[in-house]
Design a protein around this ligand. Structure first.
Ligand code: PFF
Ligand code: NA
Length: 458
């Protein structure tokens, strides 16, 4: 393939808006609504949120800009783009690891993301059945616990979720997806606002705001800081080539920097709204903020069960969460499929099927982590990994290691290895703003990531 192959083939997003929608579709997902609240709860609140926001600003946004920029300049799949750019920019072949890291990480991340996506799927039906109406915390917690305890149930939902993803990706990603995101994303925002509105009536809104925004650094561990950094990468879908793949379809006239900022603001907005919707419910119902991955599946149904129109709102909410999860999952399967197509010469439909099948198989490890393998801690002999299940390990490996380290490599490649000419043509910033951005990308972003890693190693 040639540089900018996607551009030359005229195979591009229909507009800046179309790209933003797809990229926001990738970014906004379970990370914002499921993961952000529960890891904020586990890590003590305010100080964690502050570090997370700092990581978005210092690492997330610069790497997102760099990654989309590299994608557009390379104009092909991540592996091919990195091969192309290391040649045309005359740099070391070692940078190609960025592409490989991306393929492996997006494979692994989808294996567990799909299991949680399955939970959302199952909750659409639970909400619609009216089983939450008037139910108390014990009943609702029991229903969630019952689902987790059943490998068969989890496997079923994981399978259905993966099947949907494979079908969509197998048919080519852009047909229909733009339209779906275009209408459903505003609806998701609206519903989150309604939930935040409801949360203000619980009498615990103030307590939740101070939990989320008044930092108490004694509650934050060094591993918590690594989790915040990893989450900044996870939530923006950066560091593993997904945004690079999407950027390769971006028309030349679109301003990369401004577009990336829009994506980051929307993503951060959704996460903070989710927190503001959930923590008041946690406190009002005497629940534990650090309860773990079940947090939203226990708190939100309680609210839906108490509020007027709760069946409709609840069903709609989990349906939208499912759509948000699907548009993210699609973006994870895309690099794997592109790689199989380009390097193995397999058709798109077959690539999606076999790629999806392999990911589904690995996902069974995560399914079992919540029941039969709940006490199975494969790397317990390494002090840092004591008590981590297969799911915990996969999440840690991808979110806290592969994504931030991929981000580091992307920042270093864009900041230090690429020629000035390429950056000028792609980034879309001028004068002092450009120089400020380059300073952040070359020094602050790598230093930020390095410091977090060094602290955790020592
Ligand atoms: N950003 C997605 C979320 O917040 O749910 C998760 C994600 C998507 C991670 C795509 C990685 C990825 F490649
Ligand atoms: Na996100």
């Amino acid at each position: 393939a040639t540089p900018k192959a996607h551009q030359q083939a005229g195979n591009l997003w229909s507009s800046r808006m179309a790209f933003i929608l797809a990229a926001v579709g990738s970014a906004v997902g379970l990370g914002n609504i499921w993961k952000f609240p529960y890891i904020t709860g586990e890590n003590g609140g305010g100080a964690f949120v502050l570090v997370y926001l700092a990581c978005i600003a210092i690492v997330g946004i610069p790497v997102l800009i760099a990654e989309v920029m590299i994608g557009r300049r390379g104009g092909q799949s991540p592996v091919a783009s990195m091969r192309e750019l290391t040649t045309s920019e005359g740099t070391s072949k070692g940078w190609r690891l960025i592409g490989w890291n991306g393929i492996i990480a997006s494979f692994l991340v989808l294996s567990f993301y799909s299991v949680i996506g399955g939970w959302s799927l199952s909750y659409v039906g639970k909400a619609a059945s009216g089983m939450f109406t008037g139910a108390d915390a014990d009943t609702i917690g029991g229903a969630f616990g019952g689902m987790l305890a059943s490998p068969g149930d989890l496997l079923l939902w994981h399978s259905v979720f993966m099947a949907i993803v494979v079908l969509i990706v197998g048919r080519g990603i852009r047909s229909g997806m733009e339209k779906a995101i275009n209408t459903l994303m505003p609806l998701l925002f609206l519903l989150l606002f309604i939930m935040v509105g409801y949360a203000t009536t619980t009498g615990k809104f103030g307590e939740a705001v101070s939990f989320m925004f008044s930092p108490d650094f004694s509650k934050l561990t060094t591993e918590g800081v690594l989790t915040a950094l990893g989450h900044a990468a996870f939530t923006l879908s950066i560091g593993i080539g997904v945004m690079m793949a999407y950027g390769s379809y971006l028309p030349q006239k679109v301003n990369v920097a401004r577009t990336a900022m829009t994506i980051a603001f929307m993503d951060t907005g959704v996460a903070l709204l989710a927190g503001l919707a959930i923590f008041p419910l946690v406190f009002a119902n005497g629940l534990e903020p650090g309860a773990g991955p079940g947090l939203i599946f226990v708190t939100l149904p309680l609210a839906f069960g108490q509020m007027g129109g709760g069946v409709v709102f609840g069903t709609l909410f989990f349906a939208l969460l499912l759509v948000a999860a699907l548009t993210s999952a699609i973006s994870m399967l895309e690099p794997v499929v592109e790689w199989l197509e380009e390097h193995k010469g397999v058709s798109r439909a077959k690539s999606a099927f076999f790629g999806g099948l392999a990911i589904w198989l690995v996902g069974i490890g995560t399914v079992l982590s919540f029941n039969d393998w709940a006490e199975f801690h494969p790397l317990a002999f390494i002090p840092f990994f004591e008590g981590k299940t297969v799911f915990d390990l996969l999440d840690f490996l991808v979110s806290n290691l592969m994504m931030p380290l991929g981000g580091l490599a992307i920042a270093l490649f864009a900041g230090w290895a690429m020629k000035r000419e390429g950056l000028d043509q792609e980034i879309g910033l001028q004068g002092a703003v450009y120089r400020a951005f380059m300073f952040v990308l070359r020094f602050l972003t790598p230093a930020g990531i390095a410091v977090v890693f060094l602290y955790n190693l020592l």
